[in-house]
Design a protein around this ligand. Structure first.
Ligand SMILES: Cc1cc2nc3c(=O)[nH]c(=O)nc-3n(C[C@H](O)[C@H](O)[C@H](O)COP(=O)(O)OP(=O)(O)OC[C@H]3O[C@@H](n4cnc5c(N)ncnc54)[C@H](O)[C@@H]3O)c2cc1C
Length: 324
């Protein structure tokens, strides 16, 4: 049995959970075992439908009004108890802040091995070989877990979320009986502060326009915003743009920022430092605009434009408007 923890936020299952579920299904198919999912929270019934078609044998619900948002100790207690009872071979969660926090608590509680941020899972001669991102994604590490069960978290965007088939079959649902105490609620989420962003989020945008030192000022980002809006995309930045106070840290792409995986990333006035590039390596196509023909980003880009972004970006905008 492979048990998969499904993270949801504000009434919706997050994409990284469906990606983790796809990874679990592929692993289970190779090992001839089944996958069950666990959801922890309140009012979970409405979240079951989106899980149809992912090849699940069962969905387990742990519901309590007090579990509306992530409660670290209570969640870890529920998951650890379930693992003890069902003895799965593998337990998988998305490598989000919540997934990594929860799984490290469970690993400590049950004295189990945990590999976080896995990007590849392979079974060879009965052994599970894992490749995980470390150092903010700038290195890949091969690991083998020797504990049983094995705990893994799956790096966001490492697998595409693919339902196995369109399925109308109702999923089997099991409700867990919970025995939670007051002390399980010592740590609680008080408030969820949304960043004041309009439009599509950086993590989900299909087109991202990146800006670095070459943009030159906060005002300089207006043309990048305009280009992004033509694609229904978002603007992302380098650490230099954040450090200069031109953009908020929320917009930063890279090792100490966000990971993006758009169809198209247009990097403007960005040199291509490794700490930035690890954040956009999931992009399907990279276009670099830089006035220095020797800028390292050109060796990582699919297309390059050597020129001043303050001329190239307005020209692109004008051309795209014509096409539209
Ligand atoms: C521990 C650590 C973590 C870090 N984490 C991150 C991170 O998460 N994200 C991140 O981005 N960085 C991170 N950095 C910083 C990173 O190393 C680089 O310093 C940074 O990415 C460089 O930003 P930049 O490309 O905007 O600036 P620069 O490296 O200064 O490059 C600017 C580029 O713009 C070009 N340019 C200038 N003017 C124009 C113009 N008018 N038109 C076109 N091109 C122009 C230049 O030719 C140059 O190539 C981290 C560093 C460390 C040590």
């Amino acid at each position: 049995l492979i048990l998969t923890f499904i993270e949801h936020q504000r009434g919706a299952i997050i994409d990284a959970s469906l990606e983790a579920l796809t990874a679990a299904r592929k692993l289970a198919a190779g090992a001839g075992t089944s996958v069950e999912a666990i959801l922890i929270g309140s009012n979970l019934r409405s979240l079951v439908d989106p899980l149809k078609g992912f090849g699940l044998a069962k969905v387990i619900l742990a519901q309590d009004e007090r579990l509306k948002s992530y409660v670290p100790e209570a969640f870890a207690k529920i998951l650890a108890a379930l693992i003890k009872e069902r003895a799965p071979e593998i337990v998988i969660a998305p490598a989000t802040e919540q997934g990594n926090d929860l799984m490290s608590r469970v690993a400590a509680k049950l004295d189990l091995g945990l590999a976080t941020n896995c990007a590849e899972l392979k079974t060879e001669n009965g052994k599970l070989n894992l490749t995980r991102y470390i150092m903010g994604g700038s290195l890949l590490q091969s690991v083998e877990l020797i504990s049983s069960p094995k705990l893994l978290t799956i790096a966001p965007h490492a697998f595409a979320a693919e339902p196995a088939a369109k399925s109308e079959v109702e999923l089997e649902i099991e409700e867990l009986k919970l025995s939670l105490e007051e002390k399980d609620f010592r740590v609680q989420l008080k408030e969820f502060i949304e960043s004041k962003k309009e439009g599509v989020s950086l993590a989900e945008a299909k087109v991202v326009i990146g800006g670095g030192r070459g943009v030159g000022s906060a005002e300089g980002f207006k043309i990048l915003e305009e280009l992004a809006s033509l694609f229904g995309g978002a603007v992302g930045v380098t650490r230099v743009a954040v450090n200069n106070g031109w953009r908020p840290h929320d917009d930063q792409i890279g090792q100490t920022g966000q990971q993006i995986a758009p169809d198209l990333y247009i990097a403007c006035g960005i040199s291509g430092a490794i700490q930035h590039m690890v954040g956009c390596k999931g992009a399907k196509k990279i276009v670099a605009i830089n006035k220095d023909k020797d800028a390292p980003i050109f060796s990582r880009a699919d297309y390059g434009i050597v020129g001043d972004l303050h001329q190239v970006v307005p020209a692109l905008i004008a051309e795209i408007k014509k096409l539209k």
